[in-house]
Design a protein around this ligand. Structure first.
Ligand SMILES: C[S@@+](CC[C@H](N)C(=O)[O-])C[C@H]1O[C@@H](n2cnc3c(N)ncnc32)[C@H](O)[C@@H]1O
Length: 207
């Protein structure tokens, strides 16, 4: 199924339901673990975390194991089912964990907002003309002083007719600078096979 031919939700649901989740390497991203265990970026000790486009949920589960109340969000029913199954078979964390089937741009945002959001490969699914909407939606979701963590990927490949759409840090600056300050970057975060191509870890603080 071609991305352009159907609404995005049908494209992604089709891929999940037919075992075509070729991006899913079945583990928490090592760069995210590095951010907490080695880089020790100073996030608030208590925070509501949002992981949009969470897929099968590895990274959301990791946040909950760190103690954060975490919402993994994906509009694919099959992805959410996989995430719930994975959570049931994973070590429960001290943080509450929920997976919600909903559209990033339409779900009802809690009045408390989120203090941390984590975007890995979700931006690579966003059409170039929708990136402004992506950035302003994060501004609506994250409380002042809160953090948007972007593990920017892919940089070396992808195309203008993705997904994945090829990304770079300047694109993020263009759409995030009105509402966020870049407060951290790692141009060479840890990576592991089979995903050894370039990524950038960048953290943006909500103004
Ligand atoms: C490339 S996958 C990445 C999944 C996960 N982040 C990972 O790295 O394994 C992108 C995910 O975003 C979801 N997605 C795309 N657009 C979405 C939207 N508007 N709202 C919610 N989920 C969306 C898709 O269903 C898919 O699971």
């Amino acid at each position: 199924m071609e991305f352009e031919q159907k609404p995005a939700i049908e494209y992604w649901e089709h891929r999940w339901a037919n075992n075509q989740a070729s991006w899913d390497f079945g583990k928490t991203q090592i760069a995210l673990i590095q951010l907490f265990e080695e880089k020790k970026f100073q996030f608030p000790a208590k925070a509501n975390v949002l992981v949009p486009g969470c897929g099968s949920g590895y990274d959301a589960i990791y946040f909950s194991q760190l103690g954060y109340d975490t919402t993994g969000l994906d509009f694919s029913a099959s992805a959410i089912q996989k995430a719930n199954e994975l959570a049931a078979n994973s070590q429960a964390g001290p943080g509450q964990l929920q997976f919600v089937q909903a559209d990033f741009y339409k779900f009802t945002v809690p009045s408390s907002l989120y203090q941390i959001a984590y975007d890995y490969t979700f931006l690579s699914t966003v059409k170039p003309e929708d990136r402004i909407k992506w950035g302003s939606r994060y501004a609506d979701l994250i409380s002042p002083g809160g953090f948007l963590v972007t593990l920017i990927f892919p940089i070396d490949f992808g195309s203008e007719v993705g997904p994945p759409f090829q990304l770079n840090k300047e694109m993020c600056h263009q759409v995030l600078d009105p509402n966020f300050d870049l407060v951290y970057q790692d141009l060479n975060p840890n990576k592991e096979p089979p995903r050894t191509s370039t990524s950038i870890m960048a953290i943006w603080k909500r103004k």
